[in-house]
Design a protein around this ligand. Structure first.
Ligand code: CA
Length: 229
């Protein structure tokens, strides 16, 4: 059997669109229109990833994520409406891996899937990479060395921790809460503002034009995403 995806979406048109997009890449798909049917398939099928609409008729999508996370690390990409940032943040903090905003293109869908599959393969490998390269940037985790266009850049230990967290998850969105928890060990809403200031200082060292970042992208209302390539 090939790579099997589960598409959970009650809107038939969107479900068929996702199915068509994935099949065009020779991925296999099964579909569920309700949370109950989704749970049945998740517990019985050998899935590679789940694409999950948050607005289901019988169940809150975030609730479904919480239930799945009790027994599985399977990648989950959520699908949500444009004006529902809170819902996206809640889903990501509940353990979803990334999100798509309706309406989305095949290109966006496949980009998210590619990143999610790559990270899930990295997690299975014994030795994660020690040197990360994105465009002109190189981060060597073993030597604690960051170079841009071949020149060394100095980061404070805290800045370095934020940068390495982002780059290890490149292509994937990280919420404010996740970053604060991972780097500072705590989470308070009031700290989001100081994290912005902190991020700005990293960008000044990294970005040619900090107003139009090449590496650290802002996901408005949600968090940050390190460029995938
Ligand atoms: Ca829906």
């Amino acid at each position: 059997m090939g790579i099997l995806f589960l598409i959970v979406e009650d809107d038939r048109k969107i479900r068929k669109f996702i199915n068509f997009s994935l099949r065009s890449q020779e991925y296999d798909c099964i579909e569920a229109a309700t949370g109950k049917e989704a749970m049945r398939l998740i517990t019985t099928q050998n899935l590679v990833a789940i694409i999950l609409d948050l607005g289901l008729p019988d169940m809150d999508g975030v609730e479904l994520i919480k239930q799945v996370r009790e027994f599985s690390d399977i990648p989950i990409v959520v699908v949500s409406a444009r004006d529902q940032d809170n819902e996206k943040v809640e889903a990501l903090d509940a353990g979803a891996d990334d999100y798509l905003t309706k309406p989305f293109s095949i290109k966006e869908l496949l980009a998210r899937i590619r990143v999610v599959l790559r990270h899930s393969n990295d997690n299975k490998k014994e030795d994660a990479p020690v040197v990360y390269r994105v465009a002109d940037l190189e981060v060597d985790l073993e030597k604690h060395k960051v170079t841009l266009e071949g020149k060394d850049i100095h980061f404070t230990p805290m800045e370095y921790n934020v940068l390495t967290l982002l780059i290890k998850n490149s292509g994937k969105v990280l919420t404010h809460k996740y970053i604060l928890k991972e780097v500072w060990g705590t989470y308070l809403d009031s700290e989001i503002q100081s994290m912005r200031v902190f991020m700005a200082s990293i960008r000044r060292k990294l970005e040619k034009n900090p107003a139009k970042p090449r590496y650290i992208l802002t996901e408005v209302g949600i968090g940050y995403r390190f460029a995938d390539e």
